[in-house]
Design a protein around this ligand. Sequence first.
Ligand SMILES: *[C@@H]1O[C@H](CO)[C@@H](O)[C@H](O)[C@H]1NC(C)=O
Length: 397
Amino acid sequence: HRLKSAVAVFHPWTFTTSLMFSFPQAALKKTPLFDFHRDQGGKMVEFAGWSMPVQYKDSHIASHMHTREHCSIFDVSHMLQTNVHGKDRVKFMESLVVADIAELKDNQGTLTLFTNEKGGIIDDLIVTKTDQGYLYVVSNAGCADKDSAHMKARLAEFKYAGFDVDLEFLDCALIAVQGPTMSRVLQAGLKEDLSKLTFMTSALATVFGVPDCRVTRCGYTGEDGVEISIPESRVVELTEKLAANSEVKLAGLGARDSLRLEAGLCLYGNDIDETTTPVEATLVWTIGKRRRQAKDFPGADIIVPQIKAKTARKRVGLVSTGPPVRQHTPILSPDGKVIGEVTSGCPSPCLKNNIAMGYVDAAFAKNGTGIQVEVRKKAVPATVSKMPFVPTKYYTG
Ligand SMILES: *[C@@H]1O[C@H](CO)[C@@H](O)[C@H](O)[C@H]1NC(C)=O
């Protein structure tokens, strides 16, 4: 498989997720930046049915460090972008997710979860309550088909019950601009004062002369950053204008994965899925207080009691030295009993040790607990760690 070998050669971390390599190459979808990526030396691999750059000319580590010290652009156009219209849009969205959408201020967004009736996580997503009369929703590329089917099924129920809701699936590109110098880079092409746009807020703007951009201060690297949703026809132009700044480099899926892991952020399909609940995944903070009391989100009857009773297993961070720790690495107690499994792991470019997350028996979930990981049939000492592994630097004003 040509793409598989491309990853093995160019990506030193054996970056794999359950979403990669699952479609025949001929069927791969392309973002509007596909030709641009190739022109820029992007090494294209398959991800969730899309042909995406895993890295460019720089090494994965150089690209990762550039994002932590300067600014990188990631093409995330493969993600699903949806606008939810109609006067019952908040009620509709709250019937699907765990967040308190009603309490969001205008143009404020939140990370939330689609949950199922068994308490499992269907996807993680960001919902922004715009002041333009719609909710703006961004969810994962790997879940796009099931997310859209899930929303359409609920839409049919809502319409049948006489509610006013409509879905608009956007044909927009999406780029993430991430890193400590992002605000300087972006401000040069923006009339509005970017210092007013705090973490998890959103605005419509003209960016470097390109109108109708939705700029949301968020991202998945742990750095200050924005995601810019933009009409497909103008995304190459905008990306070129941003990349013309010497602060800026292009970055691919490889850096994105190690950056998000250092920031302690979950990758859907690896760290969370339909068999994990928000309590097991330590994502209870995403559940709105009012929603918890009302128990009115899918799976609430299972999830809410878990908050008090605790769960048998819990998602934790792990740090170790020595051989790299990868997805599916068994986690062992000090006396060698299997107590869990790693769901994501890589050598940390910033910390120079191995970082990982995984699920362990709750008895071993406390920060600082000494455990072991089984790498190539050998037990290697590891320590349960708080996350994020690298402090996050979100811009809160
Ligand atoms: C977590 O445990 C480590 C020891 O492994 C300790 O140095 C650190 O301060 C602890 N962090 C917190 C937040 O308790």
